[in-house]
Design a protein around this ligand. Sequence first.
Ligand SMILES: [Zn+2]
Length: 222
Amino acid sequence: MGRDASKCEPQAIHSFCWEGVPFVAELTESVSHLIETLTRLPGIGRKSAERIAYHLLRVPHEEALALADAIRAVKENVRHCKICYNLAEGEVCSICRDATRDKGLVCVVEQPRDLVAIEQTGLYRGLYHVLLGRLSPLDGVNPEDLTITDLVRRVREGGIREVIMATNPTVEGDGTCLYISNQLADLNVTITRLARGIAPGSVIEFANPEVLADAFSGRQRL
Ligand SMILES: [Zn+2]
């Protein structure tokens, strides 16, 4: 038992092996910076950040850099679809490109992660429109900060028979829904809202698929 620096990975210069577990004697500037950066991620506290940082110090060079490469690829290749604002690699997302989708239906969601949750129900075969947020005047989020103008233009261009509002069942989500339905009121389109299968105060992202499926099939005309 004891510390044996000779068994450590060459790149983990600042750690010792203590019964096979690297032990960082003191935090170097780079390690501190990594931990600080990790604590800015959602759900990652100081302890978790330290565990991840030590893990990255311990794993082979290529494995740690694969994570850096994956982050770089996402930031460089992923953008918003120019039609619906879903995440896409290229100009148009895979859903807008899918010829089997019903182009007469557009489901309006706040964020791409809401779209993913709805896709997981497997019930919906129309298109989407991602607002990239919700109206929140107190936080300075106004209509021009969202993609509402593009939604109105899509509907105005024709071919859409129903807009399904799937904003979150919160005060702000409801406000956003109301604002958009007013914007679309003069256009020849049916506007529906998801039924309240989802408990008030919860968010679509975390709703279980059954509840979400219920809410979807029971959607009602506004
Ligand atoms: Zn798209």
